[in-house]
Design a protein around this ligand. Sequence first.
Ligand code: SAH
Ligand code: SF4
Ligand code: F3S
Length: 510
Amino acid sequence: MLHNRMTKNLTSTDEKPLKEKTSEDFAKYFQTTYQPPSLKDARRRRRKDIDIHYDFDIRTDMQQVGVGKRFYIRTYGCQMNEHDTEVMAGIFEGMGYEATTDVNDADVILLNTCAIRENAENKVFGEIGHLKPLKLEKPDLLIGVCGCMSQEESVVNRILQKHPFIDMIFGTHNIHRLPDILREAIFGKEMVIEVWSKEGDIIENLPKVRKGQIKAWVNIMYGCDKFCTYCIVPYTRGKERSRRPEDIIEEVRHLARNGYKEVTLLGQNVNAYGKDFEDSSYGLGDLMEELSKIDIPRFRFMTSHPRDFDDRLIDVLAKGGNLMEHIHLPVQSGSSEILKIMGRKYSREHYMTLVAKMEERIPNVTFTTDIIVGFPNETEEQFEETLSIVREVEYDAAYTYIYSPREGTPAAKMEDNVPMEVKRERLQRLNQLVNELSLKKNKVFEGQVVDVLVEGESKKNPDVLSGYTRKSKLVNFRGPKSLVGKIVPVYITGAKTWTLDGDLVTESKR
Ligand code: SAH
Ligand code: SF4
Ligand code: F3S
């Protein structure tokens, strides 16, 4: 048994089980309940023990409240949010609600929001505006805003002032409180705001309704302590806290028993997994090694931080098997000067050494990345260093973004002499290079046979199946629907920038 800073239950305040706790108990504990969030408080990192709860339950008076009613959740942002939506869906079903894909049909609508860039936020405010007529038409409809935007003071204030028809705002640390929040929204008249600025505990036994039966997300840790100077995530998701390996292993075993074929381990900085265990050096490498013994054909993890990627993990990944050789390794910039101002805590040289080490030890490894262009005062030369690192690593794909100032982060206070049209032009040049490389890397597969985990019919043509390779490449090919959920060999006939086309290799052709 691992001993870390975590103890079971909320012992540091009192001995009541979770379900008997009232808002006041939590208010006492966190001092922030029913207050708008504060980015300043969110910045603090406390040494306080993180408590793990195993006693989540839906209060009895809420267990039937949704019978005959429907919920709709719209999810923005990253996999973390996608997975939170699966948890909230589980809680809704525990209250008797059914899911709907039509907003007009819903009795409760939640917007699970993302705060990473300004345009992500604008989309949500646009959607809130669109929902107003529906609310006027159906006054009993409940609309809630949750996810990362709810953790921002400015967002909560804007909703209070401009969109008072919203019924609930709750934060990323308050998801397990959904039944109580909903109860207050149903029976109370005021807007319910429950956003804890300080990180919550780990709640282990939350119900989940997973989106599919082939691939599953599994959180291994929450939060981020990296505080890259441009990034809002450490404020919206709280401090780094790792789940205990036993709990993760149990969840993955359960997925294996239920026939899942792929598990992606989730965290904002998965390489920091275990750093908060006080008297143990158990890390991501150890976890991956243990997990690889479970009967799940494919394991992935995201997102990696280059600074914390250790040799132990590389050695474990080198064994291949059910550990995929595709690493998403955000670089952000190719300029060591910019990386320094970004607070990334590695240089271009460190990054390249890590890439070289992995290329040497992990057979056939491929990389994808995230890049920000137009960071404050980025010079043409510094941008060209980004182009050159992309050429050097030869990424299979890259997610590229124009820097977006986020209120409350250090970078937002920096003066910036790069005009927007220069940033746009840099993004275009970068994307052109990234696409050229993606096509080049895809072309390599022409004439090869790859293993494809079949996920379903292609969106454009029901006769065509699609799925992903070990290296996360999307492959389209013709085949019977009975192959969905199976890993099959496909002969690649053609490569495009984003996808591969192929023919199923049947027994007779092998
Ligand atoms: N934890 C991950 C990434 C989380 S956010 C990591 O450290 O890599 C996903 C991506 O969004 C980041 O990698 C970064 O490229 C981008 N991003 C984050 N903040 C941004 C901002 N303020 N403006 C533009 N892009 C940003
Ligand atoms: Fe944001 Fe940096 Fe943390 Fe990633 S590692 S979530 S970019 S602060
Ligand atoms: Fe967005 Fe929050 Fe994820 S800000 S990217 S949804 S952690």
